[in-house]
Design a protein around this ligand. Structure first.
Ligand code: MN
Length: 133
């Protein structure tokens, strides 16, 4: 049986293969009061999402195994993970690529470089969490 926790900490799955970017995202998440779970691989993200049911996924697009776009498609095709909001994080800036990314089924995307404020706003919007400070 699960325990009732009055104010549950939101869990965010970070899928990012660049070690420094991953660490920066982890620190930013913790600053904003989220729990971060990280992986550098798209395929691993599918398993972690199923097992841990994060409140949100931040998905890098360029990954070493399957692309972030493919990972998003698979997450959105799986009934166990399709309800989890996904924010794509991308260095791509061209409109064609943005269209392809959005067509994969993600809820939003962030283009690198982005501010901590932009990230926090999107995370709050998609986890239904209100700012506390
Ligand atoms: Mn990458």
């Amino acid at each position: 049986m699960s325990q009732l926790v009055p104010s549950r900490q939101r869990k965010v799955l970070v899928v990012e293969d660049n070690e420094l970017n991953c660490k920066l995202l982890e620190v930013r998440l913790e600053i904003h009061g989220y729990e971060a779970v990280t992986t550098s691989e798209g395929a691993a993200a599918l398993d972690i999402a199923r097992e841990q049911q994060p409140d949100l996924i931040l998905m890098d697009i360029q990954l070493p195994d399957i692309s972030g776009i493919e990972a998003i498609r698979r997450l959105k095709a799986d009934e166990q993970t399709r309800a989890i909001p996904i924010i794509a994080v991308t260095a791509f800036a061209m409109s064609y690529e943005k269209a392809v990314i959005l067509a994969s089924g993600c809820e939003a995307y962030l283009t690198k470089p982005f501010s901590g404020e932009e990230l926090a706003e999107l995370m709050e919007r998609y986890t239904g969490r209100h700012a506390t400070s």
